[in-house]
Ligand binder design. Structure first.
Ligand code: G3P
Length: 217
């Protein structure tokens, strides 16, 4: 499963990228706001830093305006994926931009039928939002399972980019189901390394090592 980082924080992306943990980056208007940066500038910096796809989201609501914004964002770098909302106009823009050879990430997906439409409109990525479904007592992971089945049934090449990942268990479940990509905040990715038994085991080893009176260096 590919790891995308869901942030526009350059330092956080760089730290994970140095470790080989970054296969791509996703941003959205809320993350641009959080970064305090200009969208064109920060997206350019991220796209230079990372080899994989960098999603940058349009804010227009009408197809022609989405296409114009999408072309401007895509011109920033060859690894930009234009992020479009899953609306009827978003699907129209997806069809045109993907037909022009641009990567398109269709976002704000909350149903398997929406995911089916995005695949038919030529999306490179579909972004189902797990955490936001869980927030309203629906099962976000069931949506990932349904999309996996549907895409596999018909051989759609659109990649399932599981988004709105909030917990380490979300990451594990996505990997079990076979999501192609998951995008998570840097804190969630770093938490994947934590285990209380690792901490406890290390503490015991260090205590015993001290008793040996030895040094390695
Ligand atoms: O990139 C969009 C998505 O990951 C948002 O997550 O936590 O705001 O629902 P969240």
């Amino acid at each position: 499963m590919k790891f995308f980082v869901d942030t526009a924080d350059i330092a956080a992306i760089a730290e994970l990228n140095d470790l080989g943990m970054v296969d791509g980056v996703t941003t959205n208007p809320s993350l641009i706001l959080k970064s305090g940066r200009d969208i064109l500038e920060v997206t350019r910096e991220i796209a230079e830093l990372v080899d994989g796809p960098v999603s940058a989201e349009v804010v227009a609501l009408e197809a022609d305006a989405m296409i114009a914004e999408g072309r401007k964002l895509a011109a920033i770098a060859p690894n930009i994926a234009v992020k479009l909302p899953l609306t009827w106009d978003g699907l129209k823009a997806c069809k045109v931009l993907s037909g022009d050879g641009f990567m398109v990430n269709v976002t704000l997906c909350f149903s398997a039928n929406q995911a089916l439409l995005a695949a038919k409109a030529g999306a490179s990525f579909i972004s189902p939002f797990i955490g936001r479904l869980d927030d309203i007592n629906l099962d976000g992971m069931e949506l990932i399972e349904d999309i996996r089945i549907i895409y596999d049934n018909y051989g759609f090449e659109t990649e399932i980019l599981a988004a709105s990942i909030r917990t380490v268990n979300h990451v594990l479940d996505c990997a079990r189901i076979g999501a192609d990509v998951m995008t998570a905040p840097p804190e969630v990715i770093k938490k994947l390394a934590s285990h209380p038994l690792t901490d406890a085991g290390l503490a015991t080893f260090l205590k015993d090592w001290e008793k040996t009176g030895q040094k390695i260096l």
